[in-house]
Structures are given as structure tokens and as C-alpha cells.
Write a protein that binds this ligand. Structure first.
Ligand code: CMP
Length: 140
């Protein structure tokens, strides 16, 4: 299996509850390495741009409000089959449907305040990493 990269966000509901370390521990225990990380307060422009693919969805505005409501931690994760590995440890988008032992089952409050975001494909991982990081910020 090839070593690849994916993009992760620890969302405002998790930073508010001081869960950055707990979430990162679960990512690391799943075999992912944090090769870039920064805590930021997303601007409205960043949130709208990042989630532009959801622009027509009814939850888009609330999602952008939520993602700008507090600090987030954006990360680049590296590991074997990183996108799939991260999606497995995150669990389903809706925590009510997430498997036991996943980050969202353990920590998420709702489908919106679901503690983490992770890329859904290698193509989107590259786009999302480039959205928040320059190459010199990623140290593998
Ligand atoms: P994320 O992986 O960050 O990608 C889009 C986000 O929209 C998703 O996680 C959810 O937190 C959020 N969201 C809010 N409402 C919904 C919904 N009804 N269906 C899917 N995603 C939703």
C-alpha cells in the first residue's frame, strides 16, 4: 500500500472542549503521522471557499457560521492509504451512524459539530492541503 497524504480539520466543537490532543492521539493510533499542523481562526472567505462544493446545500450557511465560530486545527496527515485510513478512524459524518471507537462516535456532538473533517479522495486531499498549506510548512 502506498504512503499518501490527506487533509484533516479538528473543528470548533473539539477545540472548544480542549480535545485537540485526544483527537490527534486517535489519528496517530490509527497509523497516521501529523506532518503539518496549525491552529487558525478561519475567515468567512476561507470557510466559504473551502466548502464551496456544498454551496447549494441547505446547511451551507450554518456550516460556514460554525466553522468560523472558534479556532480549528488544520493538519496534513501521512500514512499508508491515508484518505481511507482517516475516514475509517473518523467514522460516519453523522455521529449517530458512526461505528464504536471512531472519533465522531466518541466526541461528535451533532452532524454539524462532528469534531473532524477529512478529505474524501486523493484528488480532494491535494486541493484541500494546497488551500491551507504551502509546501515548506509540510515536514514529512
Ligand atoms: P465535513 O466532512 O466537514 O463536510 C461537510 C460538512 O457539512 C460535514 O462534515 C458536516 O459536518 C456538515 N453538515 C451539516 N449538515 C449536514 C448534512 N445534513 N449532511 C451532510 N453534512 C452536513
Amino acid at each position: 500500500m502506498a504512503v499518501t497524504r490527506t487533509f484533516s480539520i479538528i473543528k470548533p466543537d473539539a477545540t472548544r472542549r480542549n480535545l485537540t490532543g485526544a483527537v490527534t492521539k486517535m489519528l496517530e493510533e490509527a497509523g497516521l503521522r501529523v506532518v503539518a499542523s496549525k491552529r487558525i481562526h478561519m475567515t468567512r472567505d476561507q470557510a466559504e471557499g473551502f466548502y464551496a462544493v456544498h454551496k447549494e446545500r441547505p446547511f451551507y450557511n450554518d456550516l460556514c457560521d460554525f466553522m468560523t465560530s472558534g479556532p480549528v486545527v488544520v493538519q496534513v496527515l501521512e500514512g499508508e492509504d491515508a484518505v481511507a485510513r482517516n475516514r475509517q478512524v473518523m467514522g460516519a459524518t453523522n455521529p449517530a451512524q458512526a461505528d464504536e471507537g471512531t472519533i465522531r462516535k466518541t466526541y461528535a456532538e451533532s452532524i454539524e459539530a462532528n469534531s473532524v473533517h477529512g478529505s474524501d479522495s486523493d484528488e480532494n486531499a491535494k486541493i484541500e492541503i494546497d488551500f491551507f498549506f504551502s509546501p515548506d510548512e509540510i515536514v514529512g
